[in-house]
Ligand binder design. Sequence first.
Ligand code: AQP
Length: 344
Amino acid sequence: MTRVFSGIKPTGHLTLGNYLGAMRQWATVDQHRSEALFCIVDLHALTVDHDPARVRRLSRQAATLLLASGLDPDLCTVFVQSHVDEHARLSYLLECVATDGEMRRMIQYKEKAAREQRRGGSVRLSLLTYPVLMAADILAYGTDEVPVGNDQTQHVELARDLAVRFNQRYGHTFVVPRAMNPAVAARVMNLQDPGSKMGKSDDSGPGIVYLLDEPDTVRKKVMRAVTDSGSEVVYDRESRPGLANLLEILAACTGGDPEQLADAYDGYGALKRDTADAVIEVLRPLRERHQELCADPGHVEGVLREGAARARGIARPTVDAAYRAIGLLPAESEDGAVALNAAR
Ligand code: AQP
């Protein structure tokens, strides 16, 4: 069976971009067709200036929202990255396979390092190396497919390169994964700045639809979305990015096609109204289920506990194999002599 792994960072409140670009596919498709693991990648949230209490709160909220979006613990594994030591264990080995140049070429590193510097902060070393941790997240599980928005494609490519390099140097250990992007809304853009991704750690609230926004707030944000000069409704990402973004959001929410939808409108007002309605309807069940789950925090904790135990069981043999393959002596166990002999 195909193994699927993907994750979400507790760096801010989850957005419509997270939902349309990743979470919806996880809940409606991936968990039904594959052996799927979905992870709150909390260690990744420590790569930029962070508030410990906020990361904890956002981790819990992300887990609750994943379940509210329809992830079913009977069908898939939902867990928190820091609960499974194998991620950090493997990350170090992969750092010994990755190169400094490779890390510095990562677009997200360049963008986020520049943002940290603009905010007057220093750039953490972990921001540079986190794509390796992400590779470890993926490779530890023998992952075949990684469903992500297209901002993460470069990182999945790195995971592929590291898997191939490790296998060539030290013997076949890792499955080589591939990124899977959704057909529509692979990159939802900021409603106020359609040149930038709708990102949860951005500062500009009005351009970002959060999954827990009230319907009225969603409507206001969509109605105030920046559109381009010109009044004709056409789908053109290059010359009309604001309009294209709205058409893609509407298409993703209604199952339509952005180009065909453009033909159905002769003004921005109606398009914005329909887009706002569609987003509100898509988010309604998620918000309702989130509220129910918040009333039962013990349930979410139980799901995460069981998820971590299951994830550990899957990751440990692969990570142990990587430790042996790269030349490290197995740890002595009760039958330590046996372990040592096996390694000879
Ligand atoms: N705008 C988006 N459009 C489509 N997909 C998106 N994803 C994120 N934003 C969009 C996808 O959601 C999954 C989880 O994302 P993440 O938590 O790894 O990263 P993020 O939401 O982009 O947040 P960051 O990195 O903390 O900060 P910003 O917001 O500053 O970039 C991924 O599959 C991602 O592709």
